[in-house]
Design a protein around this ligand. Structure first.
Ligand code: NAD
Ligand code: UDP
Length: 368
């Protein structure tokens, strides 16, 4: 997954992939909620390749079984169709809680459900963790019931986007954020904020061992091409020769990180002693207008290399900006560098090129 090593491809992964054989003393049982989604499925791949036992729970609201189907049948892998707002019992060492729709059209489709994912799903993980602090010896796994069974817990990770439309730039973890509590994005942003509040409440009250990742915009293969997010929209539009839709004047900014860097960061955080929130993101900031041009250039480069004939460059058109769209976003990742020794290794150009090739292959096989 290092940019220089192209040895393992997400498209060719199978249950025959070279999974490490870990002795039981260091092999962990890991639960990934939302493991059939974009981020979750890449995390599952990595944890499986590292030799751990992985259980996915997912209700397939925005995810799909196909993202992890290559692991079905592997003795270290289990998948359960389940909604995280309902009770669930499992024994495990670590929980990555990713279950929550992430794209604006999806989370606004059922805003109350979104907050329930966080309010019931997330904090109930924490509630299970009353009796234990620090890593557990093997075989003493978490007894994990979303609502009912408070016993022991080891680690927990949440995915949080708490800064809203920030007034401080770049955003450090000490910044408290700026969110319109009654706007259409509030179901997501406020849900994430209250999840953080509850996480640290459980840490103080019950000694739960927590990890909090504040993830910035992330892109990569397996992003749902229809989920309305900017990277997938632009690539699909450019590949299909359709107009690329920039919302507003295109001067708003985002900083995009490639999925493999995020997975590295999450695993480093989970296995560190850092219990404060940590920004995980790439500091390269683009205006959305510049980003549209970059995507168009990379799509054309890939098409030229593959001998695809184009009659013209696709047009960039401007459409109304959604309400409360954040104006500027760039993470300050000093804490991750110091504390986790982590920093992004994929440039946006390298990541985009890989993602364009992935979507192009999907288009050619007729599934896009
Ligand atoms: P995604 O929509 O691809 O994945 C979410 C997964 O959770 C899906 O498989 C979905 O079916 C599942 N899910 C949703 N509600 C559920 C429920 N109630 N019970 C069980 N499963 C449920 O989104 P993603 O991009 O992979 O995001 C994963 C996490 O990362 C989310 O918490 C999101 O808020 C966070 N995040 C993502 C980004 C990003 O740029 N992708 C940025 C910041 C934070
Ligand atoms: N955006 C855009 N065209 C699109 C989709 C999104 O210009 O086709 C803009 C959107 O208004 C926002 C930015 O791109 O300013 C990032 O949007 P996305 O939904 O990917 O993520 P988020 O707003 O949550 O950062």
């Amino acid at each position: 997954f290092h940019p220089d090593t192209k040895s393992i491809s997400y498209t060719t992964l199978s249950r025959f992939a070279p999974v490490k054989l870990l002795p039981p003393s260091i092999r962990k049982r890991i639960l990934v909620t939302g493991g059939a989604g974009f981020v979750g499925s890449h995390l599952v791949d990595r944890l499986m390749l590292l030799g751990h036992e992985v259980t996915v729970i997912d209700n397939f609201f925005t995810g799909s079984k196909t993202t992890v189907s290559h692991w079905i049948g592997h003795p270290n892998f289990e998948m359960v169709r389940h909604d995280v707002v309902e009770p669930f019992m499992i024994e495990c060492d670590q929980i990555y809680h990713l279950a929550c729709p992430a794209s604006p059209p999806h989370y606004q489709f059922n805003a109350c459900q979104d907050d329930q994912d966080v309010l019931h799903g997330h904090p109930q993980h924490a509630r299970t963790g009353q009796a234990h602090q620090g890593p557990l010896p093997h075989q003493q796994h978490i007894r994990y019931d979303l609502r009912q069974i408070p016993t022991i817990c080891s680690s927990l990770i949440t995915m949080l986007e708490v800064y809203g439309d920030p007034e401080v730039h770049p955003q450090t973890e000490d910044y408290w954020g700026h969110v319109n509590p009654i706007g259409p994005r509030a179901c997501y942003d406020e849900g994430k904020r209250v999840a953080e509040t509850l996480t640290y409440g459980f840490q103080r009250q019950d000694g739960v061992d927590v990890r909090v990742a504040r993830i910035f915009n992330t892109y990569g293969p397996r992003m749902n091409p229809a989920d309305g997010r900017v990277v997938s929209n632009f690539i699909v539009q450019a590949l299909k020769g359709e107009d690329m839709t920039v919302y507003g004047d295109g001067k708003q900014t985002r900083s995009f990180q490639y999925i493999h860097d995020l997975v590295d960061g999450m695993i480093a955080l989970m296995n560190s002693d850092e219990t404060r929130p940590v920004n995980i993101g790439n500091g390269d900031e683009f205006t959305i207008g510049e980003f549209a041009e970059l995507v168009r250039e990379i799509v054309e480069k890939v098409q030229d290399e593959d001998g695809v004939k184009r009659t013209r460059s696709v047009k960039i058109i401007y459409e109304p900006i959604p309400t409360d769209d954040p104006q500027r976003r760039r993470p300050d990742t000093s804490r991750a560098k110091e504390s986790l020794k982590w920093q992004p290794r994929w440039t946006v150009r390298m990541g985009l090129e890989e993602m364009v090739r992935y979507y192009k292959a999907k288009m050619e096989e007729g599934s896009l």
